[in-house]
Ligand binder design. Structure first.
Ligand code: ATP
Length: 517
């Protein structure tokens, strides 16, 4: 513990916020919020998109200065410029440097060990290994470039890096947003140990189920205000969701079988990506096909290769009867009607600095007819229609995309990809960072796209999403498609079992082993 935030002898709250208020251009993002967190306690912080969660975290981190209110860590009030090393943050944007190794990224926070004035690289690598081992997590090779890690591996690295510091309060902003279920369980286990050691944890998530496993209490924000708070035991899911949205949410619809006869949109024959075994599969018109696998199984690479975002070879990749396998890159595939929604919102999916409307219709190809005032007006009209139907808040087409909350940015990206009326859409983590209400809405838009005949490939680490949305699921183990589940076989448990198994010996009912595919 650093001297400035020494908690030694402190028996009060680990964190105390009083009347915390933040305004953006006259709009109240956070309105007089009080919150306390005791040592060894985990408090869930939930709220729909735009509720003010990220703003609260950025105030804690000192990125924003409050307009009113105070922040105390272990009894000491923080001011702009105060030492904040008693707080450890894991943000949605992990702030990792792709061009550097795992070990270097960790050493950036913990410091580069030196011997005789030079960087002691052996210790850089061994400390990286040790940081993972302290949390009982499997470490990637410390010399791996972070850019080569999967989204899930990056998330774990972000968590390991933040928690490697000796902090009394850990602030986790959707730590599991891109983690497959077994990794989530792993992580929650590690967090329990951290909590037992006396660390206080503020846990922001849209995956409410996790709160029942780890949180002691919960605080609900809506429109920047605290609208509910109490022990987890007092808040069943329905009550929690109602507090978040200010209305009860309808029960979750399950996708009906939407495949239309033998009308096949995509036929992939022996696709080879990243040295994995060849995979072959089809996607029907109107079909929503899930692709799942454990962390590092290679499921993302398959979706990205189909969309041209990952180099690959194929015997053929036939889209509506035409072999488009030779067209390269995302642009090449897009010209044939394949669109990709990448998982990495910050780097690949949004165009920072550009407006909401420019993010909806990037590039002349997607614009309403060549330019000119009429086209601009038509574009505005289309933008407003998309903003309204996707309930993007605030509904201002000229607003820079960076000023929207994460979930609202995601809605804009989904609207863009689905609005392009493609033959096939590849959706990576389509609802990461999206609140429960908007998640259902996005799922309905995906279903509507499928109903209009688009083939949909969903690559998601959110197993619940896959079971709700998909009519067929391909399971990837070690880069190969080892099983296919349809109908009743699409359950959380079954998918996790199939994804955790080496090539399946005896498939569950409705699941087909696909060895050798
Ligand atoms: N830099 C900014 N400039 C202007 N408005 C902002 C800025 N950052 C956030 N806002 C607004 O403040 C409100 C709260 O946003 P915030 O990002 O805190 O929500 P959130 O609860 O974290 O949402 P999500 O779950 O989508 O991440 C929103 O209305 C948002 O548009």
């Amino acid at each position: 513990m650093t001297a400035a935030l020494d908690t030694e002898g402190w028996s009060g709250s680990a964190l105390r916020l009083t009347g915390l208020t933040k305004r953006f251009a006259g709009q109240l993002a956070l309105d007089g919020v009080d919150l306390t967190l005791e040592p060894g306690q985990v408090r869930g912080l939930v709220g729909e998109n735009g509720a003010g969660k990220s703003t609260l975290i950025k105030l804690l981190a000192g990125i924003y200065t409050p307009d009113a209110g105070t922040i105390e860590v272990a009894g000491r009030e923080l001011h702009p410029g105060s030492d904040r090393s008693g707080l450890a943050f894991v943000h949605q944007d992990l702030g990792l440097v792709d061009e550097l190794t795992v070990g270097e990224n960790l050493a950036f926070t913990s410091g580069f060990p030196r011997a005789a004035g030079l960087i002691d690289w052996r210790r850089v690598w061994s400390s990286a290994q040790a940081a993972y081992e302290r949390m009982s997590l499997d470490a990637p090779a410390p010399r791996t470039l972070v850019g080569r890690l999967s989204a899930a591996e990056k998330a774990l690295l972000g968590i390991v890096r933040a928690l490697a510091k000796d902090a009394s309060v850990a602030v986790l902003d959707e730590p599991t947003a891109s983690l497959p279920a077994p990794d989530v369980a792993y992580l929650i286990d590690a967090l329990r140990r951290l909590k037992e050691s006396g660390t206080a944890i503020l846990y922001v998530t849209h995956r409410l189920q996790e709160l029942y496993e780890i949180a002691d209490s919960v605080t609900v924000l809506r429109g920047g205000r605290k609208v509910a708070e109490g022990p987890m035991g007092d808040y069943g899911v329905d009550r929690l969701v109602e507090a978040m949205l200010g209305r009860p949410v309808a029960s979750v619809p399950v996708t009906e079988e939407t495949t239309r006869g033998d009308d096949v949109v995509l036929v992939v024959d022996r696709l080879v990506v990243r040295d994995a075994p060849p995979v072959s599969f089809t996607v029907g018109a109107g079909e929503i096909v899930g692709v799942v696998g454990l962390r590092g199984a290679g499921q993302e690479a398959i979706g990205r290769a189909v969309a041209g975002a990952e180099p690959s070879t194929t015997a053929s990749l036939v889209l509506n009867g035409v072999d488009v396998g030779r067209s390269r890159g995302v642009g090449g595939r897009m010209r044939h009607g394949i669109a990709l929604l990448p998982a990495d919102r910050q780097r690949e999916s949004t165009f920072p600095g550009l407006s909401l409307v420019e993010n909806l219709f990037p590039g002349p190809r997607n614009r309403s007819g060549g330019g000119g005032l009429l086209a601009v007006a038509a574009e505005q009209e289309r933008a407003l229609a998309a903003i309204t139907s996707y309930d993007v808040r605030p509904p201002r087409p000229a607003l820079p995309i960076d000023q929207l909350s994460g979930g609202n940015q995601q809605k804009v990206c989904v609207a863009r990809v689905l609005g392009q009326a493609q033959r096939l859409v590849v959706l990576e983590e389509p609802t990461a960072g999206v609140d429960v209400g908007s998640k259902l809405e996005i799922h309905n838009f995906v279903r509507a796209a499928a109903e209009s005949g688009t083939g949909v490939l969903v690559v998601s680490s959110d197993v619940e999403e896959i079971t709700q949305l998909c009519t067929r699921v391909l399971v990837v183990v070690n880069g190969a498609i080892t099983a296919e589940a349809t109908g009743e076989a699409i359950t959380d448990e079954n998918l996790i079992v199939l994804a955790s198994s080496a090539p399946v010996a005896a498939p569950a009912d409705g699941a087909t082993a696909m060895k050798g595919k």
